[in-house]
Design a binder for this molecule. Structure first.
Ligand code: 2PG
Length: 245
């Protein structure tokens, strides 16, 4: 493969110190040079996850620098603690917490400013998909970052395509359906910078499990996965990691 595979586990608002221990033991057994495995636990578990030796990211980050922002978490603090990645624009952040494409681009910028690698999550809703707007929606989500920071900013980032209708629903995009959108994303970026596009990791997310991961990961433009529910079970998550090797 041209690009190193990546398997990311988004715990959302789940998990415990006990699960950090269980999951890190399991991951430390399957880790390999050929692949990056990263877990995204809730903020309070970030230091314990880092201490366990597993690459760790946060599920979101403030777009602001330190100051009077009660309840928010600063990227520099996450970086100083040893976090390496941060999700920006997960569909739950966009829909439940009203994050706009512009806010997501600001979070992306702040992440890079402090040396965290942003994973930019994009994807269309069910009605947008039914109306044939998938490419338009995904393009606008990516363009917000390009307009703010220039295409070069995508070099030190990862994109995760997650059709909203597939998240936590048990419905997965078929490997061919997902590949089509991944290729659209890569071609779109290649039109601006082909070398960058060839090196860019594009992950698939949305009801990925140990039964469907292998075929998804076998697609040319799918470089790994962003796993939600199945990242809470050591057996499932490690099986998914092994299928990315
Ligand atoms: C999502 C995915 C991964 P799930 O929210 O996109 O974060 O969750 O695998 O549970 O559908």
């Amino acid at each position: 493969a041209i690009r190193k595979a990546m398997v990311a586990g988004n715990w959302k608002m789940n998990g415990s110190l006990e699960l950090v221990k269980q999951m890190s033991d399991a991951i430390n057994d399957v880790k390999s040079q050929e692949m990056d495995i990263v877990l995204f636990p809730p903020f309070p578990l970030v230091p314990a996850m880092i201490a366990s030796g597993v690459s760790t990211g946060a599920q979101t980050v403030s777009e602001n620098t330190p100051g009077a922002f009660t309840g928010e978490v600063d990227g520099q603090l996450l970086k100083d603690l040893g976090a390496t990645y941060v999700l920006v624009g997960h569909s739950e952040r966009r829909s439940i917490y009203n994050e706009s494409n512009e806010t997501v681009a600001e979070k992306f910028a702040r992440a890079q400013e402090v040396g965290l690698t942003p994973i930019l999550c994009v994807g269309e809703s069910e009605s947008e998909q039914e109306n044939g707007q998938t490419e338009q929606v995904v393009a606008a989500q990516i363009d917000a970052v390009i307009e703010k920071l220039g295409v070069a900013a995508l070099k030190d980032s990862v994109i995760a395509y997650e059709p909203v209708w597939a998240i936590g629903t048990g419905k997965t995009a078929s490997p061919e359906q997902a590949q089509t959108v991944h290729k659209f994303i890569r071609d779109k970026i290649a039109a601006l910078d082909s070398t960058l596009a060839q090196g860019l990791s594009i992950l698939y997310g949305g009801s990925v499990n140990e039964k469907n991961s292998e075929l998804l990961f076998a697609q040319t433009d799918i470089d790994g996965g962003l796993i939600g529910g199945a990242s809470l079970k050591a057996e499932s998550f490690t099986a998914i990691c092994n299928s990315a090797k």
